[in-house]
Structures are given as structure tokens and as C-alpha cells.
Design a protein around this ligand. Sequence first.
Ligand SMILES: Nc1ncnc2c1ncn2[C@@H]1O[C@H](COP(=O)(O)OP(=O)(O)OP(=O)(O)O)[C@@H](O)[C@H]1O
Ligand SMILES: [Mg+2]
Length: 274
Amino acid sequence: MKKILVVNGEKYWKDILPDFEVSQKSIQQTSWILKKGSLYVVDTNGIIAPDGILWRVGAIKPSAIQTTALNLIDLANIPCVNSPTTLKRGFDRLSMLAVLQKQGLPLINFQVVTHSTHLKNIKIDFPFVVKVGNYHGGYGKILVENEKQWQDVKDLLFITEHYITVEPYIDYKRDIRYIIIHDKVWAMSRKGKYWKANVGTIDYQQITTRKDWVNHCQKLQAELKADILAIDILEDHNEKWHIVEYNDIPGLSGFSDELKYELAETLKRKMAQT
Ligand SMILES: Nc1ncnc2c1ncn2[C@@H]1O[C@H](COP(=O)(O)OP(=O)(O)OP(=O)(O)O)[C@@H](O)[C@H]1O
Ligand SMILES: [Mg+2]
């Protein structure tokens, strides 16, 4: 039986890939070894030399081991979904945003400073959103609504070593996620308890896809050579769509099981080709 390593991620992959020996390890607890061209991954549960890797590292702190592991997967030429090259482009928020910008897609108009002392030079109307560094899952993000709150937020931001992004708050009607896996596209709208639709999500609704946005997904997928990709969009009250980000390790919550099988198939195809 061929061995698949699932890095972080959901617990259901064993059931989706019954014809493989599936092990799951968390990147934070693993050591990686490249020995004579072969890759070994170790944690307290043992060692595995994977034939394929499903990279599902979600909302954890970005750390150097993630980039190192991706480079080792690349060097050992292990089929991985997404590929290490794709994942490394999306690893940092700013390089991810640069890809979207170069595609001419309607991005939220953001400004960036590498230290909070320069925030005084940024002109933006309330309300706006501040995003600190390269975190996921809503972490390091705050909605700033007035001068009094901004003063406190700036004082708090003084202590961070990370870059700071400032962008207008989009008063959105719908938070929409498009997902493309291989050649299929799905769309969904999500609602959160507060302003972040992905934190404390209370409602998911699968919606019909629009042809223009399916095209955007396909074009971005081609540029990134991605097996799976999500584009997160905010629809404002004038029906205008603004892109928040793309995500190359998107969560599949709220979508049908079909997506899990489609993703498993992409990995199986890659493994069969190697
Ligand atoms: N400028 C904005 N205006 C209004 N809402 C926003 C804005 N930026 C983000 N949001 C809301 O907050 C949520 C989280 O923001 P974002 O996707 O940028 O970061 P994240 O969730 O931390 O990253 P990741 O999706 O990689 O885990 C979005 O899904 C959206 O609902
Ligand atoms: Mg997001």
C-alpha cells in the first residue's frame, strides 16, 4: 500500500483515501529528514517515508519549519497537493496579494507599513481594517471605527515586529468563497457572528457560480499551477465584488463531501504520474 502523509488538517482523510496507508502529523511536532534523496518525516508516533503528501496546514502561526518542509518535499520530488512551489507563493500575505494584483483582479485597496510609527502618514477614513503580519483564521485583525479606538490600536501595534496592513472596511452584503479543485468550481456564502465571516461562522450557503468568476478562478489556478484554490470575495451593497485574498489551503467546511473526494483524486493522479 502506498503511504500518504496528511500534514495537519481534518481528521477525515483516512476515510476518503481507503486504498492508502494514511498517516497524519502536525507540522509543529515533526522533524524532516532528507537522506540520499528520500524524505522521512518523524514525530513521537513514528517515522514515515511518504509516497504522497496532502498539505492541509491551516490557521497556525507561520513558522520557518513550514518553508523548510516544503523545500524538502520539493527536493525529494514527492507529489504534494498543492505543490511546494504554489504553497510558497501563497505563504506570505504580501506575495499572495502581489499575484492577485498582477492578474488585475479587484483587490481591496490596502496600504502597508513595516513599523507602526509610520501609520501617522497613512490616510484612510473610518471604519477600516488593520491586519498584522501573516496570520490566518482571523488572528491579528481588527476593525477600527473611530479616533479613540485608533489611538489605542496604534499604541498596541507599536509592540509588533510584523508588517501592518490597513484597508477600508467593506460593508458587505455577502462574504463569498469560490473554490476550484482541478477542473471544478463551487461557490458559497458565509456569515459570521461579527464582522469576520470565517470566525464563529453561523451560516454556510452553497450558491450558484458566475461565469466571469469561474474564469478568474481558472486564470489564477493556471498562473499558480494550483490543484486547489479559493478566492474570498466581499460583495458590497452596490453589488460590487472586492477580493480579500486567495487561499491555497482552503477549508472545505460548508461544502459538500464531493470536494473532499475531488481533492483526494488530484493527489492520487499526481502520485500515479510520478
Ligand atoms: N476589508 C475588509 N472589510 C470587511 N470585512 C473584512 C475585510 N477584510 C477581512 N474581512 C472579513 O474578515 C475575514 C477574515 O479576513 P482575512 O480573510 O483577510 O484573514 P484570515 O481569515 O485571518 O486569513 P485566512 O482566510 O487565510 O485564514 C474575511 O473572511 C471577511 O469576512
Ligand atoms: Mg480569509
